[in-house]
Ligand binder design. Sequence first.
Ligand code: BTN
Length: 308
Amino acid sequence: MKGEILKHLSQSSTALSGERLSDLIGVSRVAVWKHIRQLQELGYQIEAMPKGYRLLAAPDTPFAWAFGDRAERVHYFPELGSTMDQAMTLARGGCPDFTVVVADRQTKGRGRLQRTWQSIQGGLYFTMVLRPKIPTADSALINLAAAVDMAATLEDLYGIRAQLKWPNDVLVENRKLCGILSQMAAEPDRIEFVNLGIGVNVHNDTRDVEPPAISVAEITNRPVSRTVILSTFWDRLEQRLSQGGLGHVIGQWKERAMTLGRSVKVQTLTESFEGRAVDLESKGGLILEMGDGSLKTVVYGDCFHQEV
Ligand code: BTN
C-alpha cells in the first residue's frame, strides 16, 4: 500500500488529492491518510495541502516498498545481529530465489575468516538468498560475479572505477569499498542455496575501519542512494544468472583485477601461502607461482598484497 501511494505521488507532477489516491489504490481516504502519516513519520517529506499531497523527498532507507515489484522478497530491518543469520532462517524455510534481507545497522556484522564487519548507520548491509541452477563446483563463480556486478554498478551510477582483490573485495585507492561473504548449502550435484552477504560503505564514516576503507559518498560528489545501489546490483545479477552468464565472469573479473602479477600472501583458516598471483583457473581459484617455480591453486582464503 505504501509503495503504491509513493509510486503515484512520485509519478505525478501535481498534488494528488486523498480522494484521487483512494480511487487509484482502491482503499478509503482514511486509510490513505493513515499511510501518509506513517510515511511522514518514517522520514518521507510529503506536503499536505488543500489540493492534496505532494512528495518532496524520500529518505535513503531500503524499505521493502522502495523495491517496487520486488517488495515481497525484501525483508528490511532497522537493526539486526547479522543479515546472514536472518537470511539463513529464510533460506532453510524455502524462501524464493532472490530474497533479500537488508538492515540499516548490524550489531554482529561479520566478515570473511571470522572477522568483524563494522556495520554502523549509513552503510548498505544485505544478504541475498540465491538458488542458482549451476553445478556445485561452480559456486565460487557466484562470488566473483557479485564483485564484478557491484563494481560495475558503482561505475554506472557514480563513475567509480573500482578494482577487485581476490577473491571478491572491491577497492578504490587500495581502500575497501565493499566486502562479500557467502554461505552455501549444497549436495555434490546441486546447490540448494547460496547466501550472498554484501557490505558496501555508502554514507558511513570509515575513518576508524581497519584495514583502511573508503565510502561511496567520500569518492563521489553526487547524491548517493543505498536503495538505488541495491536495486541496480540486483538487476545486474538477476539478469546475469537468468542468462547463465557465469561463463564470462572470469574474463570480466580479470579486467578489473589488481591481484594478478603481484606477490601475495593467501591466508586460509588454517594455513598461509606466499607466492606470485599469476592467473585465475576456470572455477575462480587463484593460481600462485611459488618460490620454487611450482604452481599452486588456492580455492578459498583471503589475499594480502605484499608491498613491492
Ligand atoms: C569481508 O570482506 O570480509 C566480507 C564482509 C561482508 C559483510 C556483509 S554486511 C551484510 C552481511 N552480513 C554480515 O554479517 N556480513 C555480510
